[in-house]
Design a protein around this ligand. Sequence first.
Ligand code: FES
Length: 147
Amino acid sequence: MAMMYSEKVMDHFMNPRNMGEMEDASGVGTVGNAKCGDIMRIFLKVDEDGIIQDVKFKTFGCGAAVATSSMATEMIIGKTVQQALEVTNKAVMEALDGLPPVKVHCSLLAEQAIHAALWDYAKKNNVTIEGLEPPVDDIEEIVGDEE
Ligand code: FES
């Protein structure tokens, strides 16, 4: 069964990067997936120039959710909040050499939790992030009937 997952997915699942919590986060976002009961929380540390200095994630999630979150945190550290918005779940999956089709929705947890954390940051600091939509509580609001 392990063959279903790329080596990169296995690596990020076995050795997740940036897992944990943050006391003094600039923004925090939480989303769930009612279908599987999984939950993802993202903490962002953003400096005065709007650059993401640190990210942590915490999840009650499956292996694919862990791996995509781990990769997503690595991809947005050092980016501006605007650039972070452009890191899609598709880009994260590509960076991981793909996910099995049934696990694609899991990658949305990281993407949407990042968006929710960016929203929180933007609200608290009175900044605008171009194209950022109000966060959802549950990714089913996005995938909806597609599955
Ligand atoms: Fe729930 Fe993967 S099965 S996020």
